[in-house]
Design a protein around this ligand. Structure first.
Ligand SMILES: Cc1cc2nc3c(=O)[nH]c(=O)nc-3n(C[C@H](O)[C@H](O)[C@H](O)COP(=O)(O)OP(=O)(O)OC[C@H]3O[C@@H](n4cnc5c(N)ncnc54)[C@H](O)[C@@H]3O)c2cc1C
Length: 404
């Protein structure tokens, strides 16, 4: 007869989507799981924050796991508990309040933090980043009543924030460093179509290309100064200029960190008792910036914790601009330096496509305006089938391939 020993104690640090998923799967595998999160909220759907900003949803609708569900899963949940240090030799984590939590295995899922440009005035009240429920609550409060808002950054997230702000009556100007928005995904012509469409349907204004040199104000932000001398008067500023993996805890604990915390295919760091997942992790030189790979890593980590074989295999996860009525879809590698680009733009119809080929295979695609063919391109990227013979017709989509 075998006698079951005490369950392995797993500490998951960070209660974002990756940490929550890993905690859930590890608990289902019978491990004793404690989940600690720096944020005060219950675990929530970060991807849907724009719906709270635009007033389409209330915060409770975003909560993915309430206390009852966490209890039913057997997860010990500790909100508002940032971990300040990880002692790997003693297998103890120390909270910011100085409390020690013992573990047999630790999973670091500390995600990313939004970049705050180091500009004069960047710390003024009224200047926000866009990452957490607290950020969104604060932006929403400050923007109510027809505020003038400047969003710095015209990428996916900046445009989403801008559209949400305009939905609650703010007058929004997007300041973007390049001549057109979403320049990583779209070429100049499609970018111009997008800017025109967001202007017509959402009332967004664009200052492009424009570099912000200072944020002005005394007790509260009052304007944004651009490099060409222009000043845009505003009541709030939202910075949406990128994110950076949160790696200090791992670095201070002596784990290997490059851009993210370096992990192997099983999500182990260079200490096999410590795993890392989600946006804080770096797998084969890549740090992910989307929720699907973060969740896939969480599944692999949970299997590793339960001593099952699992290997993380990155996929060409698709993403879309979440602004209703404006269709932009992308998958795979967007604008890789070593690939050949094929571009098709139909300005009359308001449609554009960009495809990237390497070694005769499709490695990335962006569709603007009409995204109905997205499954076709996703399949080509995922399967890695040779497409070189169809290169001339590839941008026209599957219907044309059948006819050809
Ligand atoms: C507004 C918005 C919209 C988005 N839309 C999309 C989309 O459409 N599609 C898509 O794929 N992705 C989208 N993303 C990105 C997506 O949210 C991330 O890919 C995902 O949240 C990554 O999950 P994660 O668990 O790795 O990290 P995070 O979600 O960043 O979670 C990490 C958690 O760890 C906590 N933490 C950090 N340090 C500590 C510590 N020392 N102790 C304890 N806790 C700590 C943080 O407070 C945070 O709660 C969006 C992001 C935002 C902000």
């Amino acid at each position: 007869m075998t006698v079951a020993g005490p369950a392995m104690r797993v500490l998951v640090i960070g209660a974002g989507p990756a940490g929550m998923r890993c905690a859930e799967r590890a608990a289902q595998a019978g491990l004793e799981v404690t989940l600690v999160g720096a944020e005060a909220a219950l675990p929530y759907d970060r991807v849907a924050l724009g719906r709270v900003l635009s007033g389409e949803a209330e915060v409770p609708a975003l909560i993915t796991h309430d206390l009852r569900r966490l209890r039913a899963l057997g997860i010990g949940y500790r909100p508002a508990t940032p971990i300040a240090a990880l002692d790997r030799a003693a297998r103890v984590a120390v909270t910011a309040r100085g409390e020690a939590i013992s573990w047999d295995r630790a999973v670091i899922a500390t995600g990313s933090r939004a970049t705050r440009l180091p500009l004069p005035g960047a710390e003024l009240p009224g200047v926000f980043v866009y990452r957490t429920i607290d950020d969104v609550r604060a932006i929403h409060r400050a923007a109510a009543g027809g505020a003038r808002a400047v969003v710095i950054g015209g990428g996916l997230l900046g445009l989403e924030a801008a559209a949400s702000l305009s939905a609650i009556g703010a007058k929004v100007t997007v300041v973007h460093a390049v001549d057109w928005p979403m320049e990583r995904q779209l070429d100049a012509a499609a970018g111009a179509l997008l800017a025109r469409s967001l202007g017509a349907t959402r009332g967004l204004r664009f200052a492009m290309p424009a570099a912000t040199t200072a944020i002005e104000g005394s007790a509260w932000v009052s304007g944004v100064r651009l490099a060409d001398g222009r000043r845009i008067a505003c009541d709030i500023v939202v910075m949406a200029v990128g994110v950076r993996p949160v790696t200090e805890l791992a670095r201070d604990a002596g784990l290997a960190v490059a851009r993210g915390i370096v992990v192997d295919d099983a999500m182990r760091t260079d200490d096999p008792a410590v795993l890392a997942i989600g946006e804080c992790a770096e797998h084969r030189g890549v740090v992910c910036g989307l929720v699907a790979p973060a969740l896939a890593m969480a599944e692999v980590a949970a299997a590793t914790l339960a001593d099952a074989e699992a290997v993380y295999a990155p996929r060409p996860d698709p993403t879309a601009l979440k602004v209703s009525g404006i269709a932009v879809w992308s998958a795979g590698e967007v604008a890789p330096a070593d690939a050949e680009a094929v571009t098709l733009t139909d300005e009359q119809a308001g449609r554009a496509r960009r495809l990237w080929l390497r070694d005769g295979r499709l490695v990335g695609a962006v569709l603007y305006g009409d995204t109905a063919d997205s499954p076709f391109y996703l399949d080509l990227i995922s399967s890695g089938r040779p497409v070189a013979p169809h290169r001339a017709t590839l941008a026209f989509g599957p219907a044309f391939q059948d006819a050809a």
